[in-house]
Write a protein that binds this ligand. Structure first.
Ligand SMILES: [Zn+2]
Length: 146
């Protein structure tokens, strides 16, 4: 099993529920490694709990199968959709926004009355925009809100 960082493996970062092959090319592996080292490891260290990766790298077929755009940062290995069981997704997103350097952070499908609803999309790549968004019902708004 290839480890990309102490707590994150290549197989975790290429996981897919689609049943399709999902093999990351070397450039994507380099990007995934940077994401693990600079974003996911600090999150794990802070919360002291395993980070569940729902989706990291998506090859073209996987990306199409989940209805994502070809321009998605998942297709470059620059983004991950994460959750920490037992931690509210909004709290997770707020900690990332306040403490880490990232390109784009999106609280996706979060709900004020259900802390486990949704997930957190976070990317790390060449642009490093530090952009923070909330997505609900397919609509994006600036900032974090449930
Ligand atoms: Zn995502």
């Amino acid at each position: 099993m290839t480890q990309l960082s102490p707590h994150f493996s290549l197989s975790e970062m290429t996981v897919t529920g689609t049943g399709l092959p999902n093999v990351a090319p070397s450039q994507a592996i380099a990007s995934l490694t940077a994401l693990c080292v600079n974003v996911l490891e600090p999150i794990r260290a802070h919360f002291g709990k395993p980070v569940q990766v729902n989706s990291g790298y998506r090859g073209p077929a996987v990306n199409r199968a989940v209805g994502s755009k070809p321009t998605s940062q998942h297709a470059k290995g620059e983004a991950a959709d994460i959750e920490i069981p037992g931690v509210s997704n909004l709290a997770l997103a707020r900690w990332i926004a306040a403490n880490l350097k990232f390109d784009q952070l999106i609280a996706e499908a979060v709900k004020a009355n259900d802390p486990s609803a949704g997930w957190v999309h976070v990317s790390y790549g060449p642009r490093m925009r530090g952009q923070v968004l909330t997505m609900k019902g397919g609509k994006y708004t600036v900032g974090l809100a449930a």
